[in-house]
Each structure stands twice: as structure tokens, then as C-alpha cells.
Design a protein around this ligand. Sequence first.
Ligand SMILES: [Zn+2]
Length: 413
Amino acid sequence: MKQSKHSIFNDIPDEQKSGVVFKNHQLKKKIIKLLDKKGATTINDISKKFNSSSPKVNKLIQELIDEGLIEDLGKAETDVGRRPHLYGLIGDSMYFLGVDLGRNSIEIGLMDFNENPIHFSRDIEFNLENSEKSLLQLCDIINRFIDQNPGWRNKIVRIGVNLSGRVNHLSGYSHNFFNFTKTPLSSILEEKTGVPCFIENDTRARAFYEFYSHKSKDSGNILYINADYGLGLGVLAQGRLLYGKSGYAGEFGHIPFFDNEIICICGKKGCLETEVSGRALEKQFKDKLKEGQSSSLQHSFVNLENIRMDDIIKAANNDDTLSIELIGVMAEKLGKGVTTLIHLYNPELIIFGGALAKSKDHFFLPLQMTVNKYSLSIVRADTQLELSKGTEGAGVLGACYLAKHKVLNPNPS
Ligand SMILES: [Zn+2]
């Protein structure tokens, strides 16, 4: 991986993973994590926390000040004894860049170490194709975003890029897009931007955002279902993102579920996604119109083939009966799949996001009823079902939070 400009965030080579230099490097990282979690802290408290001498901590604190990562915040307010100095992170010293690739657009956001948004750009025109032209366009868009402000590039310590399909987070290789070269996508992005990069599956990045937003949930067993054009799943198991061996865990949409002879986008037939996804909804809706059923959307489209998932969801929210019926049937089928997940994972919370969740009760009520009908009540009793708040930029925020998580926790998790 490319080296960050802040040495504290670079991995130490295996042969140097012993001795004083390595121990100091690790302790500095722990200090950064502590300040991030607790806020301003004294040298005495840091020494106690890590069972390390005050002079040693003082020396490392000075080095972190010299690196521009932390600052002396003055003396603590206390009535007894000498007032010790407090030290805190300089949030503006480090940035994370999140990039979320859609089929026709890109969203990019910059966040500082204290998780304050710096700048976001939405709906940047982009044509996602498995081609070199599309890859170069992506790199160009990222670089142009960074170059908006001459001070940004040196502060960015990690870039996270979300894309759909199978993504190996360890090798940095994307199997569905930009796979025409043997060089991992993350390495190409690093080369073109000069910043350490990682790639992530878009559903898992959104899931990480949702998990991060539910800090009150402390058992750490949460599922996120991305019911959008496809059907994705992110799993937080005992506080850790579940990746599987190569990062492919969570292919919920492609479990064999129906005996329906419908070929899935993955090439198999009968996957859950063939009947439960925005892609399936578009097809089912048009088939029903061809069978002679009616919808308010018929008045809005000259060519009915141009009707898209978002139009159907919007129509359902405007009382269109056919749209409501199809979304309801789809939600019941999803409910059976979700019941399987509840039985497998015993989660405390399942969050439903993606475009289909925007049809709210038309989607959520039949889903809940099906889960109640089929799940074992003793397991179901542990699980809360929730619709995502649908925060704008959740994918980008997820990429930024993941970038911060990876910087502070360098071991893959
Ligand atoms: Zn499939």
C-alpha cells in the first residue's frame, strides 16, 4: 500500500515489528485512538491507561505535536494541585475521502478526523463501465475533486471507494468492474491519486454507516439489508464487519430461493434477487401492464418501457394500487429470506435501506407480518426491525467512517 504522509498511519514492515521503534509507533497509535474516543486528556491519564512512564508519553506526545496531529489545549480546570496540560487531536489535520460509484453518477465527500463534513459533491456525471476509459474518468473525477482546494491532498490519509459486486477488500481487486487488468483497482487508484486507497462493496459501506449511527447498540449484532436495484446484505457480527475469506460474505440476493426459471444477473437461476429487487420490480410492473392491468403511471409515460424502479416507488407513495400490490408481494418474499437471516444470526437489529425501503409502510408492514409469521418467536423477540432513515450520502459517509476505522485499526476486520 502507498505510504501516508503521516508516518503514524503507515504499516511497519514485518522485519521491524520488534524493538523500541515499533513499540513507540504502536503506543502513538493507541494515544491517537484514545484521544479520538475520550477527547482531551492529560499525560498522566495516558500513562496510567497504557501503563507507560510519563516521560515516555511526554516524548511521544511531543512527536505527535511535531507531526501536526495533536495540540496542547492548555491547563485542565482543577481545584487541587498543579493543573496538568490537556492534549487533543487536531481534527483538521487529517481528512478521509469517500467515493460512491453509482451506475450513472458518482458521489464524493471529504470528512475530517473529528467526522465533520468538509465538502460533498453529488450527482457527478459518470458512466460506470468495465472499461479503461471509465476507470480513467473515475481517477480524473477524484483528482479534480481533491484539487478544488490546494490544501486538501496533503491532509487526506485514506480514500475509500465503494462499488457494487464482488470486491476483495484485502487484495483491492474488483471482480465485476475494472477487471481487465491484473493490477488491483486499489493500486491503480493509489497510483493516480498519490493517496493510500481501499475499495469496498457498496452495501457493506452503507451497512458500516448504519452500524456507526447506532452506537447505542452495544451487542454489535446488526444486519443491514440494501433493497435497491439489487439486493445486498451487510453483517456486523459481535462488533466486527463480516467479510468471509475473500470479502464475498453477504451475497443474500444470490441465495437459491425460487423455482422460477428466471436467470439472475449473476448467471444462476432462481436467486432471491430475481423476484426481490428493483430490477425485478420493473419487470413485474411492465409484465402486469402487458397483461392488461392498469396504473396511474400509464398516463405519465408515452413509452412504458421507460418506467423505472424510482417511478414505481413514487407511484406507490401516491396511492397507485398496482405499485402497492407488487411492492407488498415482494416484501412478503423478502420477509421469508429475512426470517432465515434472523434464525442464522440472532441479530438485535435489522435495518432496511435502499430505494425499496422508501416505499415505507407498503414495504415494511407486509415484511414485518411475514417475519412474525415464519420466525421462531424466541429468536424473533430479540430482533428489532427498522427502516433506514435514508440519510443523503450514506454510502460516502460509510466510506469515510471505514477509512477512519482502517487507519485506527490496521488489521483487517
Ligand atoms: Zn443471482
